[in-house]
Design a protein around this ligand. Structure first.
Ligand code: SIN
Length: 281
């Protein structure tokens, strides 16, 4: 890994040249200095995905770290999961019918204001290996489009539907009486802090592009989702160890949990942070 020297109070080792970095010299169980916090914040904007290994924290410490970035998000389906509403459990065992996040997605884009970031803390990794998470750089996904495709996407709006993870992804019936958020967002959004453009459709939640014939929407969505799924240079790969916390910028990334460890188990807890504004072009 390349050593990045711009930070003074934390160590930052890149995983790829454009996305993902391992942060060293930080104990998340201890209060952070103002300098450490602002460098972590800057590193998060710079690298989009930050990995903190060897962190022994409890749920309150996990939530306290997340709260430094904003108000905590409650997952729209959390009422059916039970437990602490601000903690989403990510648990896969040999009896699991699916594993959460096993497909390219951005968290909860069905919300009017999706989370700005998520922190996943993995405490149990699969015996025998596997269980990595892939992250994709959606700035680069946009940049790699041709100018003609960028022009075509300009002004288009897509529908993001919370029913999709149940009906297609999880392949289970949705919990009875569930109401799914459904919202519209531009196909290309501008990151509110960096000002950079982001390709903002994902197979987890985006149902279609408005104003196109069904076949046109399917063809265009298919092309964009293929671009994300097949362009390996967009990705970094996070290899978890027990007690690793990974913090991603949900406004400019997608991720994909790799379920390659059956019949073994993996366990973690995710805390997400509410966004501040609707995604905008
Ligand atoms: C998620 O989609 O947040 C879960 C990712 C993972 O389990 O690696």
């Amino acid at each position: 890994m390349a050593q990045i020297n711009r930070y003074e109070t934390i160590g930052v080792d890149s995983i790829t040249p454009h996305i993902g970095a391992v942060v060293e010299g930080v104990d998340l169980a201890q209060p952070l200095s103002n300098e450490q916090f602002s460098e972590i914040y800057q590193a998060w904007l710079d690298w989009k995905v930050l990995v903190f290994h060897d962190q022994v924290i409890d749920q309150e410490q996990h939530k306290a770290f997340a709260r430094k970035f904003g108000t905590l998000h409650v997952h729209p389906m959390q009422h059916s999961y039970g437990g602490d509403p601000e903690i989403l459990r990510v648990k896969t065992t040999k009896d699991s019918k699916y594993t959460a996040g096993n497909g390219w997605h951005t968290d909860v884009t069905c919300d009017e204001i999706p989370p700005l970031g998520s922190m996943l803390y993995i405490t149990e990794t699969p015996e025998g290996g596997g269980g990595d998470t892939l992250f994709a750089d959606m700035y680069l996904a946009y940049e790699l489009l041709s100018e003609k495709m960028k022009d075509m996407l300009d002004g288009l709006v897509a529908v993001h539907d919370g029913a999709i993870p149940y009906l297609s992804g999880y392949q289970v019936s949705p919990p009875e009486g569930s109401k799914y958020p459904r919202n519209e967002h531009p196909v290309v959004v501008t990151h509110p802090e960096t000002g950079k453009k982001v390709l903002y459709v994902n197979s987890g939640f985006t149902s279609h592009i408005k104003g196109l014939h069904v076949w046109e929407s399917k063809a265009l969505m298919g092309a964009l989702l293929d671009h994300i799924a097949q362009t390996q240079r967009l990705y970094c790969r996070v290899q978890w160890r027990p007690n690793t916390l990974t913090f991603w910028d949900n406004r400019c990334t997608q991720h994909h949990a790799v379920w390659d460890y059956y019949p073994h188990s993996r366990y973690g807890e995710r805390v997400s942070i509410l966004g501040n504004e609707r995604p905008a072009a």
